[in-house]
Design a protein around this ligand. Structure first.
Ligand SMILES: *[C@@H]1O[C@H](CO)[C@@H](O)[C@H](O)[C@H]1NC(C)=O
Ligand SMILES: *[C@@H]1O[C@H](CO)[C@@H](O)[C@H](O)[C@H]1NC(C)=O
Ligand SMILES: *[C@@H]1O[C@H](CO)[C@@H](O)[C@H](O)[C@H]1NC(C)=O
Ligand SMILES: [Zn+2]
Length: 455
């Protein structure tokens, strides 16, 4: 592998900012080979095919366990569903009574259409610009290994955490986390970990500042069904199923336009409005050549993917669905969350599922400071437009921050040709080194923990 200049400067920088300098000044050659090993480990992880529908979880688990061993971290394999290992690694703190830090990442990736990629999605090819191509390069094998590389550097420098640091490598995030982070967050094992703060994934940023997420929209999957008298295709009459459904679709469309206009006008970010998109329409009477054309059917169904920000009035949205989008007065019924997807907008304490992103949350302040110290800057905190495993932790009332350190990078998660530049990857390790050091040395009792105790 060629190691370019930029690469070097970066590595020099990140080895030198280590504040505890019993680390002897490394030679240029050491640095070169060190950076090569870091990138090569990332490639190895990316080359493991953990794509759905059949992720090779055992190979990923073996790889992570090998890494854990070289770092002398304690490890445990939990299984909430057979064949779906969740790896829990532990770096014990000097003060195990303090709430711990959990660094979460998922090991699975979404499928890739090989032939539409310029480099094979599980090849981890590095091009002339230093861009590493692989499914999972951004979402989120980068983060999982960056945590470990940051710990490697911190350990190498002699740093000892006050708080215990846990790392969870979870399966199945891409299919909802129902056999991964979901049951994990509800388990007794998790309870015993006494977690105080969770870090999980974010998104790449196209500018020079990092993006950071304090909440996410909750998915509500809605299916509405209209019924009406069937009739000849030529007849005009009221209350056909199609007619009844169309009234609903018009109403949904108006609501959608109002929401989208706020985004278009720059008044709201994408994550701050309710999105509604029709994802299927099902009606008609099949015939050998397609559909019967001269018959108005007696039933028509439509499905919608709705995403609800945590600060939205849940009840009024439910009322809108029941009274405007699927009113029984129009002979309509609806199902919300038939695929386990009606995520509540309140946590187990009845508070909106979001993490404070101001000085009331010491973890927030620490994150800002740590990123700054490592030479980075954060964008204004955002609501994640889709779902991540972070919601399971927030639902437990825990603060969770979404952060995937990638600046100046196009957002390519789930897209063809997903890549991450190697210099950006190394810079991300620096960020985590700084963050983990700040979090693990923070010994004050956090305000959020106090308020939790009162409940
Ligand atoms: C990766 O695994 C998936 C099954 O989950 C499979 O369909 C795909 O062909 C595999 N890709 C490669 C390159 O082996
Ligand atoms: C997973 O990967 C290992 C190592 O490459 C291989 O031996 C095994 O057959 C794979 N399992 C599946 C289900 O593809
Ligand atoms: C609802 O169904 C009933 C019974 O089929 C029918 O009489 C009525 O007109 C329908 N109302 C609407 C609004 O479709
Ligand atoms: Zn992800």
């Amino acid at each position: 592998m060629e190691v370019n200049c930029i690469f070097f400067i970066l590595l020099l920088f990140f080895l030198f900012i280590i504040s505890h300098s019993d680390y002897s000044s490394p030679s240029t050659q050491t640095l070169e080979s060190e950076s090569e090993s870091i990138i090569s480990r990332f490639q190895q992880y990316l080359q493991i095919n953990t794509s759905h529908p059949n992720p090779n979880y055992s190979q990923a688990a073996d790889f992570i366990l090998t890494q854990a061993k070289t770092l002398a971290l304690e490890s445990e394999t939990l299984e909430f569903a057979p064949g779906k290992p969740l790896l829990l690694l532990k770096w014990p703190g000097k003060n195990p009574n303090l709430p711990s830090i959990l660094l979460n990442s998922h090991t699975d990736v979404v499928p890739a259409e090989d032939h539409k990629w310029s480099h094979p999605p599980f090849g981890a090819h590095i091009d002339i610009n230093g861009d590493i191509y692989a499914r999972g390069a951004q979402d989120m094998k980068c983060v999982g290994l960056q945590y470990l590389e940051a710990i490697r550097i911190l350990k190498g420098s002699g740093f000892e955490p006050d708080r215990t640091v846990y790392l969870s490598f979870v399966p199945d995030e891409e299919i909802g986390g129902h056999d991964g982070a979901g049951p994990f967050a509800e388990s007794q094992r998790f309870e015993r970990m006494n977690v105080g703060i969770v870090l999980d994934e974010g998104l790449a940023s196209v500018n020079e500042n990092y993006r950071v997420f304090f909440a996410e929209r909750c998915p509500w999957w809605l299916v509405i069904r209209a019924f009406g008298a069937p009739g000849h295709g030529s007849k005009l009459y009221d209350n056909s199923a199609m007619e009844n459904l169309m009234k609903s679709i018009e109403s949904v469309r108006r609501f959608r336009a109002v929401q989208f206009d706020k985004v278009k006008a720059g008044l709201k970010a994408e994550g701050e409005v309710v999105s509604v998109n029709m994802v299927f329409l099902k009606a008609g009477t099949p015939s050998p050549t397609g559909f019967v054309m001269n018959l108005q059917p007696s039933e028509a169904v439509a499905g919608f993917d709705i995403r609800v920000p945590p600060n939205v009035d849940e009840e009024s949205l439910e009322k809108r669905i029941a009274e405007e989008w699927a009113p029984s007065s129009r002979n309509m019924t609806f199902e919300l969350g038939q695929f386990k997807q009606k995520v509540p907008v309140h946590d187990m304490f009845g508070r909106p599922v979001l993490t404070a992103s101001d000085s009331s949350n010491p973890w927030w302040t620490l994150l800002e400071g740590a990123v700054k110290k490592a030479g980075g800057k954060l964008n204004k905190p955002e609501i994640f437009p889709a779902s991540t495993d972070a919601r399971y932790f927030r639902e437990r009332g825990l603060p969770a921050i979404g952060f995937s350190p990638m600046t100046n990078t196009p957002i390519l998660l789930h897209d063809h040709n997903e890549f991450l530049n190697q210099a950006e990857y190394l810079k991300g390790i620096m960020m985590y080194e700084s963050i983990i050091e700040a979090y693990a040395s923070y010994v004050e009792q956090a305000v959020v923990e106090d308020s939790k105790d009162e409940l």
